[in-house]
Design a protein around this ligand. Structure first.
Ligand code: ATP
Ligand code: MG
Length: 252
């Protein structure tokens, strides 16, 4: 795959729940190795986009290609295979409540690799250290705060070093030191491991800090894609209103 090739490609994606259209012709290309952030209003269909990328939800029409393969037409076996290359941090972290932190992080490693137990243990310890929560292997998700769960979800998503990482609101609910820590980790995933990142966030400051490109989802379509600088200079009325509204809110 050449450097500039698109690793994810959504073409003319339509999706309705009941009679409400959430996606009305989404087109989005993500380049291999870049970090792309999707911005947009609440309930606009951002999380649904990530779920379509890893095949958890299927569009009504249009196509979603990951590494040149259409995930919409894959059977379960093919989906399992492609998901080995896709790590996902879910909006609510989505940890298994009946498993310990260590077992949660080990889960994708056991599913996707033949690593020996001691190596898995080491990866778990290293990843917990990276998210700033060393030594919590034996705790259960219910004993953790929302922010801690989110960070464990991130450790689980990163553990296999997938080709693509999908992050649904990685910094929401975290305090400033942890926001910086997570943003640094996202940058490390790109710079050190060459992982392509797709991020959803409501945190503009983080978006500016970590993104190579930003996309704006509005009324079921991606109406803007560009660099951070292009975002600052964009003259799309809806996007300007969105950004200025957010900046207003963040002052409070
Ligand atoms: N599985 C589902 N079944 C029915 N409706 C759904 C489903 N998933 C999402 N929706 C609806 O689709 C719309 C878009 O949801 P989505 O979660 O993608 O929004 P979002 O942009 O991620 O919002 P937020 O910023 O609040 O997380 C919402 O109206 C939601 O209720
Ligand atoms: Mg969402």
């Amino acid at each position: 795959m050449s450097e500039k090739e698109n690793i994810i490609e959504m073409k003319e994606v339509y999706k309705a729940f009941g009679n409400k259209f959430v996606h009305k012709g989404i087109n989005l290309s993500v380049r291999e190795g870049e970090t792309l952030t999707i911005l947009g209003g609440s309930g606009g269909g951002k999380s649904v986009m990530l779920k379509q990328i890893n095949g958890l939800l299927k569009p009504d029409s249009g196509s979603v290609e990951v590494m040149n393969k259409n995930v919409c037409s894959m059977n379960d076996e093919e989906l399992t295979e492609v998901r080995k290359d896709i790590g996902m941090l879910f909006q609510g972290a989505a940890l298994f409540d009946s498993l310990t932190v260590a077992e949660n992080i080990a889960y994708p490693l056991i599913e996707n690799s033949d690593l020996p137990e001691d190596e898995i243990k080491e990866i778990i310890a290293t990843n917990l250290e990276m998210i700033g929560l060393p030594g919590i292997e034996d705790r259960y998700p219910n004993d953790l705060s929302g922010g801690m769960k989110k960070r464990v979800g991130l450790a689980r998503a990163m553990a296999t070093h997938p080709k693509i990482l999908l992050y649904d609101e990685p910094t929401t609910g975290l305090d400033p030191p942890n926001i910086s820590r997570i943003n640094e980790l996202i940058k490390t995933m790109r710079d050190k491991f060459g992982i392509t990142g797709v991020i959803i966030t409501h945190d503009l400051q983080s978006a500016y800090e970590i993104s190579d490109r930003i996309a704006f989802l509005h009324d079921g379509k991606i109406v803007f894609t560009g660099t951070v600088e292009e975002t600052w200079m964009n003259e799309i009325e809806e996007f300007r209103d969105f950004i200025e509204g957010k900046l207003e809110n963040q002052k409070d």
